[in-house]
Design a binder for this molecule. Structure first.
Ligand SMILES: *[C@@H]1O[C@H](CO)[C@@H](O)[C@H](O)[C@H]1NC(C)=O
Ligand SMILES: *[C@@H]1O[C@H](CO)[C@@H](O)[C@H](O)[C@H]1NC(C)=O
Ligand SMILES: *[C@@H]1O[C@H](CO)[C@@H](O)[C@H](O)[C@H]1NC(C)=O
Ligand SMILES: *[C@@H]1O[C@H](CO)[C@@H](O)[C@H](O)[C@H]1NC(C)=O
Ligand SMILES: *[C@@H]1O[C@H](CO)[C@@H](O)[C@H](O)[C@H]1NC(C)=O
Ligand SMILES: *[C@@H]1O[C@H](CO)[C@@H](O)[C@H](O)[C@H]1NC(C)=O
Ligand SMILES: *[C@@H]1O[C@H](CO)[C@@H](O)[C@H](O)[C@H]1NC(C)=O
Ligand SMILES: *[C@@H]1O[C@H](CO)[C@@H](O)[C@H](O)[C@H]1NC(C)=O
Ligand SMILES: [Zn+2]
Length: 445
């Protein structure tokens, strides 16, 4: 009888339930994870500026040559692909703006952050999946972190205020200290931290400017501060860090260099268009007035050599956007650097994104370091959708259904058996040890 009981106990201890350890305190077998996103950090921004701290990270961790964001290379769609591992057609966040093409309402990127109905489309972001498996998570300004998902909120979430200064380096450091406190004093397992630079300077001044280089230097100094803060909080052996971004940036082409794309030049705009989402870089959507779809298409399809027009049903499957009901009947893409303008050209942005994700200027960064990552490891380029299974693996979370694959990233890990599975894992090993000890004690009885 006793033997049977012990056997059952041993078996139970060596198993995990749905990939999570059976006992909560076993999660300690997994290290913590911090994901930092610097918005609009183009893949090669570190190559024409002195970045001693990022260079140091190349030696002490993992660097991917670059990564490819999903199509629609915009902030909310891309960040949400990273945190869900799903293509935009599945997660439904298909633009920075929240819109309703019936009521014609449009809400700004910042306003959407508190609007669960824009984010909560049946796909669970990692915060929620991790929380359901017993982890404690937080979002610091990360897109989507302020929404509720099936009624659940992220355990701690700070949403960017309307007047948040994107470029205050002192505040950048304070935010790092706040997050370090969450890990060290409050035992958070997973935190996402977002910064609005270098996107802002890329838009305002252009990517090929001294201003952008200056911001990259500031970011590098901030990364140096991060390394020091991790050490100061005693987290070096317990915290993995991924540094990434959502898209790149390219210089906007203007007259007289090019013939700009203004759609009202090609058709009677108001007469044909019921709703549009344009004037935001290289991607746009149009809902024609009733019965005018073919007319809009015909007017635009050969209108400008640097404009590509798709009927919704013709959008290449490889874009992974077409299946979503929020995608409008006509989708427009401009060649690199050509902004899509509706009726007026706004001369605000010197740099922009939203262009095809195959363009090198849209590619972005991936860095990782910490106890579970190899040192001095250069990874081949991969799609950002594959970050999700990697995050799950290092956290010991059973992933929700997703479009990523670990095969692109597992080579970065020191020990590919850190997660539970059929094969040995860290907590399996420890559980087996416990089981062996119990058995040993039993034999002593
Ligand atoms: C747009 O708003 C209308 C009216 O409020 C509503 O019935 C409809 O469901 C909304 N559409 C979407 C896609 O949210
Ligand atoms: C989001 O909601 C919080 C809490 O209600 C509020 O303080 C904040 O101003 C809101 N932010 C935005 C951008 O709407
Ligand atoms: C999330 O749910 C909580 C509790 O129901 C509610 O107080 C809060 O306003 C919701 N937040 C959003 C952004 O919908
Ligand atoms: C975190 O949120 C989950 C719901 O997703 C909840 O069950 C859990 O109690 C929360 N944990 C903490 C420490 O607040
Ligand atoms: C920058 O942030 C710090 C810390 O939050 C604050 O004390 C300071 O006033 C800010 N500087 C500016 C120029 O806003
Ligand atoms: C714009 O179109 C012209 C004519 O097809 C082409 O030669 C040029 O490469 C295009 N520009 C970009 C940035 O693709
Ligand atoms: C993405 O993943 C979801 C969930 O597994 C799946 O339903 C969908 O078909 C996948 N998309 C593609 C293009 O494979
Ligand atoms: C377990 O690991 C061994 C050796 O590394 C490998 O050959 C085997 O395929 C793995 N089995 C599973 C189910 O992953
Ligand atoms: Zn962005």
């Amino acid at each position: 009888m006793r033997l049977a009981l012990t056997f059952i106990l041993a078996v139970l201890l060596s198993r995990s339930v749905e990939g999570r350890p059976l006992f909560r305190n076993e999660k300690k077998a997994f290290n913590k994870l911090l994901v930092i996103s610097f918005d609009g950090f183009r893949w090669n921004y570190d190559q024409d500026v002195e970045t001693p701290n990022m260079d140091k990270l190349v030696k002490e961790g993992v660097k991917a040559k670059y990564i490819t964001p999903p199509m629609i290379t915009m902030t909310s769609p891309s960040h949400f692909t990273t945190i869900t591992g799903r293509w935009p057609e599945d997660h439904g966040v298909v633009h920075n703006m929240m819109f309703n093409s019936t009521t014609l309402s449009k809400l700004s990127h910042k306003t959407t952050q508190n609007r669960s109905e824009w984010w909560d489309n049946g796909v669970m972001p990692l915060w929620i999946t991790a929380q359901e498996q017993g982890l404690k998570t937080a979002s610091f300004h990360y897109p989507g972190g302020g929404a509720n998902y099936s009624g659940q909120s992220v355990n701690r979430s700070l949403v960017e205020s309307y007047d948040h200064p994107d470029s205050n380096v002192t505040e950048w450091r304070e935010n790092i200290d706040i997050v370090m406190g969450w890990f060290a004093k409050e035992d958070f397992d997973f935190v996402t931290l977002y910064y609005g630079e270098p996107d802002k300077v890329g838009h305002r001044k252009g990517p090929e400017t001294p201003d952008r280089k200056e911001v990259i230097k500031q970011i590098d100094t901030t990364i140096g501060y991060l390394l020091e803060a991790i050490d100061r909080h005693g987290l070096t052996q317990r915290l993995n860090v991924i540094i990434t971004s959502d898209h790149g940036m390219t210089t906007v082409k203007k007259k007289p260099e090019v013939d700009e794309i203004k759609l009202s030049n090609f058709m009677p705009y108001i007469k044909l268009v019921y709703f549009d989402l344009l004037d935001y870089g290289g991607f746009g959507m149009i809902k024609p007035r009733k019965g005018k779809e073919q007319q809009v298409y015909d007017a635009l399809v050969n209108a400008h050599p640097n404009l590509t027009v798709y009927k919704k049903e013709e959008i290449p499957e490889s874009f992974h956007i077409a299946k979503n009901s929020r995608i409008q009947p006509i989708v427009l893409m401009a060649d690199l650097g050509y902004n899509l303008n509706s009726q007026v050209i706004f001369y605000v942005n010197k740099g922009d994104h939203g262009f095809h994700n195959g363009e090198m200027d849209m590619k972005t960064i991936f860095r990782a370091f910490g106890p579970d990552f190899k040192k001095n490891y250069l990874a081949e380029p991969f799609d950002s959708v594959n970050i999700y299974p990697l995050m799950c693996k290092v956290l010991g979370v059973t992933p929700a259904p997703n479009n990523g694959s670990l095969s692109f990233t597992e080579g970065m890990l020191v020990d590919t058996n850190i997660e539970s599975g059929a094969n040995g894992s860290r907590h399996h090993v420890s559980s087996n040890l416990v089981a062996a000890m119990i058995f040993y004690l039993f034999l002593q009885m």
